[in-house]
Design a protein around this ligand. Structure first.
Ligand SMILES: Nc1ncnc2c1ncn2[C@@H]1O[C@H](COP(=O)(O)OP(=O)(O)O)[C@@H](O)[C@H]1O
Ligand SMILES: [Mg+2]
Length: 252
């Protein structure tokens, strides 16, 4: 079986500093993986390189997505093929309403796949249904993308995009940062509703708390640019008890 995502010995530099030093990770369709690790261990860097954010130099290794060389694909091609990253810090886009952004992005992806574009009424109905399930008021979607959104609203907006785009690989970078328990539960429920045998999720988090709501099949510990330990969901609980200090030594 071809893995959905196969990262082999990935080495990445940012401004002459090597941040990822040979990272290997296999994610199959249907699986939920958690990546945990202290601040600065390279979690966001990994997510950015997979999504195709500029500014990163891959100096070694490879990333295969559905068996194809992901690093050869432009970011918009990656999105159209089904890669989605929910950012740790979602960007604000003043002047572009969330509704317009969602429709333009969704239709661009559909077009790239040779599918028909959604017309406005059809799209509106879809957004209304999904937004209601995520407690997102329609008023919020008439504002500029993320402009004046609270932390919780920004994260719910990321989940809304995920639900509309129906990507096959969802990467969630610190979805829990800045969320209170109620907001976290709404966002996590939205994510859980998207779990499916055809889709995989990579949930990046510093804390175990999120994994009470989105229960992973596998947990990986990252330290200093590598995966230093992998296990089942119990590994997250173990980490909560022992902290990351023991793994700092492993990576040194
Ligand atoms: N644009 C950048 N320029 C310089 N250093 C960076 C940049 N982005 C990340 N780094 C460095 O790379 C390391 C990993 O960062 P990051 O991937 O954000 O870690 P994490 O998400 O695990 O907290 C950190 O030491 C950080 O300072
Ligand atoms: Mg980060």
């Amino acid at each position: 079986m071809t893995a959905l995502l196969q990262v082999n010995n990935l080495q990445v530099r940012v401004e002459d500093n090597e941040i990822l030093h040979g990272l290997t990770l296999t994610v199959n369709a249907g699986e939920v993986h958690a990546i945990m690790g202290p601040n600065g261990s390279g979690k966001s860097t990994l997510s950015h390189v997979i999504a195709g954010k500029p500014g990163y130099e891959v100096t070694g290794g490879e990333i295969l997505f559905k068996g194809e060389d992901l690093l050869e694909m432009a970011p918009d091609v990656r999105a159209a093929r089904g890669v989605f990253l929910a950012f740790q810090y979602p960007v604000e886009i003043p002047g572009v309403t969330t509704m317009n952004f969602l429709r333009t992005a969704l239709n661009a992806q559909r077009k790239a796949r040779g599918e028909s574009e959604f017309l406005v009424p059809e799209f509106l109905k879809k957004v209304r249904d999904v937004a209601a399930s995520l407690n997102i008021p329609m008023d919020m979607l008439k504002r500029g993308v993320n402009v004046g959104f609270s932390g919780g609203e920004k994260k719910r907006n990321e989940v809304l995009q995920m639900a509309l785009f129906q990507p096959s690989l969802c990467i969630l970078d610190e979805m829990d940062s800045g969320l209170d328990i109620d907001a976290l539960r709404v966002a996590a429920d939205g994510v859980n509703a998207l779990r499916s045998p055809e889709r995989a999720m990579v949930v990046i988090t510093h804390y175990q708390r999120l994994l009470n709501y989105i229960v992973p099949d596998f947990v990986h510990v990252m330290s200093k640019g590598r995966v230093v330990k992998s296990g089942g969901k119990e590994l997250a609980l173990e980490l909560e008890a022992t902290g990351y200090a023991q793994y700092e030594d492993v990576a040194a």
